[in-house]
Design a protein around this ligand. Structure first.
Ligand SMILES: CC(C)(COP(=O)(O)OP(=O)(O)OC[C@H]1O[C@@H](n2cnc3c(N)ncnc32)[C@H](O)[C@@H]1OP(=O)(O)O)[C@@H](O)C(=O)NCCC(=O)NCCS
Length: 185
């Protein structure tokens, strides 16, 4: 019986480059210029500097992911309620999207919610924001409501908001945290 050559390895699907190690740091006033530059590139109706200053002054959870050299790559702002958290803003710089940074921030928020004894996280998202809706759905968020005309849209127009909720008790957080290797820095 003749030896047959080993079959050629199957082609691997193209993937985004592996994410570089990023450091989780609080957002401060010193970070705001870099943050606002990302915000302006990511939204048709970005938050203003005053919105972020108010959020920091109110003591909201404000965290960013930075490269080792200090470049801001992603951030989130979330507000703690009595028994729940409300995610107000989560943004990843366009050139860094699709590398798991939003998922890492969502894990971090889930960890905060759990650590503070809360059992759910809320957020609003535009129906047209398909990418964000996919990320939230994969993370375990489900639609529980609709706010009509919640967002500004084109001139004189409004867009509805889908209200999503993550039930911490049944989230994929613990499983995916280990599987994905998104350890906290
Ligand atoms: C919505 C948004 C925050 C998502 O950010 P993102 O960085 O693209 O999200 P993630 O990369 O964490 O999403 C997870 C995806 O990355 C993949 N991923 C996770 N870790 C990875 C890694 N190490 N390498 C490559 N891919 C990875 C996940 O499998 C998932 O893949 P999918 O594309 O098949 O779903 C981003 O698109 C954004 O900032 N948009 C503009 C602002 C906005 O709309 N914010 C939300 C308002 S409600």
């Amino acid at each position: 019986m003749s030896a047959r050559p080993a079959p050629a390895p199957a082609p691997q699907p193209a993937r985004a480059p592996r994410a570089m190690p990023l450091v989780l740091r609080p957002i401060t006033l010193d970070t705001l210029d870099a943050l606002l530059a990302i915000e302006a590139r990511c939204y048709s109706h970005p938050w203003s500097r005053g919105n972020f200053i108010d959020a920091l002054a109110a003591g909201y959870l404000a965290q960013g992911l930075q490269t080792p050299s200090g470049e801001l790559v992603a951030y989130m702002i979330a507000m703690a309620g009595v028994d729940e958290w409300h995610l107000l803003n989560i943004t990843v710089a366009p050139e860094h999207q699709g590398r798991g940074h939003a998922v890492r921030l969502l894990h971090e928020l889930t960890r905060h919610a759990r650590a503070t004894g809360c059992d759910c996280v809320w957020l609003e998202v535009r129906p047209s924001n398909v990418r964000a809706r996919e990320v939230y759905a994969r993370h375990g968020y489900v639609q529980v409501g609709l706010r009509r005309g919640y967002y500004p849209a084109g001139v004189g127009q409004r867009e509805d908001a889908l209200v999503l909720r993550l039930d911490i008790g049944t989230s994929r957080h613990e499983r995916s945290e280990h599987e994905d290797g998104h350890g906290l820095v």
